[in-house]
Design a protein around this ligand. Sequence first.
Ligand code: ATP
Ligand code: MG
Length: 333
Amino acid sequence: GETLLSIQDLTVTYRARGEDIAAVRGVDLELARGEKLGIAGESGSGKSTLALALLRLLPATATVTGRVVLAGEDVVDMTWGRLRAVRWAGASIVFQGAMHSLNPVHTIGRQIAEPIVLHERIDESGAALRVAQLLEDVGMPAARASAYPHELSGGQRQRVMIAMALACRPDLIIADEPTTALDVMVQAQILGLIDDLVAGSGISLLMISHDLSVLSDVCDRLAIMYAGRVVEVGPARDVHHQAKHPYSAALSAAFPTIGDPSSRLRPHGLAGDPPDPESLPTGCAFHPRCPSRREQCDVIDPRLWSVGDRHDAACVLVLPDQGASLAGHVQQP
Ligand code: ATP
Ligand code: MG
């Protein structure tokens, strides 16, 4: 299909305590119109940083290089005025923990109406109608528009966030751990809701989670991040069940089913922790924990390499020559 979002060699570095923190390192990803892409990876792998970079919501301590092309426009060097419009009508974002994103002193109806009134020529009664429709779309009675955030359950608050994300009919919804703070039953309802709303609407979805099983249920394609890089990307089923990168395989083994309590733990069979982004290992950043490590892995940082139809992995094991001729595969530091 037509490409909606193209992320090209995106790098994000935070400056903190006099150190450079390489949070996202040379990510390339494409998302077609109507496609659902999941991004998985352990805590600290750069998922939220990537999401925030797409809408330039990063703090001033972050330096961004590369390109983020959304519907033909580069977000990275867009004017602020244009960016404001794009943030609602082009792409909108649903964060984890809706309690902190909603304003406690305004009704949810007013908060859902706000972006609509701001971006469209619409009067108050027109906006009220849209709010009522949006609430119904997310499975809430229209009368709840007069409720305040503290009067709602966690799941209802997350539904309100989704209604806000849908308010200006965006091309893309970015959902960063949209259900992590919710209990298992409500998680499943919210995921089902997102799935229904996106299906057939032509809206693209970029959904972030540390839970691979959730993502492979909802998404068409999956990208696995490790230490700021995409180490594998491809059709959701293939990445989940026939992972080509040892890290994706470990992550898949850790998340057998939706709602399994073990899915909140670190991947099974993986010793140690993810690397500190202030001092990354040489070569492949995963090599110190890799069960399939080869001798050359502390010097080679492999690029993504095709392992199937629209399926790429970045590991010496998948290189056609097993890393014998390395020149073309080594990433620039
Ligand atoms: P989680 O699953 O815990 O949400 P994540 O994959 O979303 O993790 P990020 O939040 O993108 O990871 O963080 C990537 C790296 O950047 C981490 O090492 C984190 O400590 C660091 N980082 C994130 N935000 C900042 C910031 N504002 N200043 C400095 N470092 C940051
Ligand atoms: Mg995050």
